[in-house]
Design a protein around this ligand. Structure first.
Ligand code: CU
Length: 165
């Protein structure tokens, strides 16, 4: 975990110096509030397994959760090449992908993302605090363009009203 944080910190530094040079990618990986926040292991409501395929697809590519829920994603790579899952707004993912294309060697270790070597699995624990549609994608150059994308639909929490029989 500590090493992860160091890597995350380093990549933030790299990202911000790049942003200064190019004027792009301002705000780094920020905007986390728009999609929720890192979840705590003790608060996990559901576990969702997502398989990543060399056909540049996620299975399932669409996940539905309720507002406030903490989800543990088990992200399995059944392919023969590296894949990743990054949660974000569509806009943010697109921006980030453009940056990845320029610096493909860049590795990430933020809490809203996981990079998984072939045949292995990783996890993301995330709490979805806002309703709406959140995207996820594989930002490895070529993969995003090939359509390696998915969505998480965050539904409003059901109000307890009178139950009709
Ligand atoms: Cu991929």
């Amino acid at each position: 975990m500590k090493l992860n944080h160091i890597i995350a910190a380093l990549s933030m530094v790299l990202v911000s110096s790049f942003a200064n040079a190019s004027g792009e990618h301002a705000g780094g990986h920020g905007d986390a509030d728009a999609i929720g926040q890192p979840g705590k292991a003790e608060n996990i409501n559901h576990t969702v397994t997502i398989t990543m395929l060399d056909s540049m697809r996620y299975n399932p590519a669409s996940v539905s959760v309720k507002q406030g829920e903490t989800i543990k994603f088990i992200v399995k790579n059944s392919g023969k090449i590296k894949h990743e899952m990054v949660l974000g707004t569509a806009k943010e993912l697109k921006k980030h992908y453009e940056l990845m294309k320029k610096t493909p060697e860049m590795e990430h270790a933020d809490e809203n993302m996981v990079t998984v070597p072939p045949g292995e699995s990783g996890e993301i624990i995330w709490q979805f605090t806002k309703t709406g549609k959140i995207d996820f994608a594989c930002l490895i150059p070529g993969h995003y363009d090939a359509g390696m994308k998915g969505t998480v639909k965050v539904q409003p929490e059901k109000k307890k009203t009178g139950v009709k029989k």
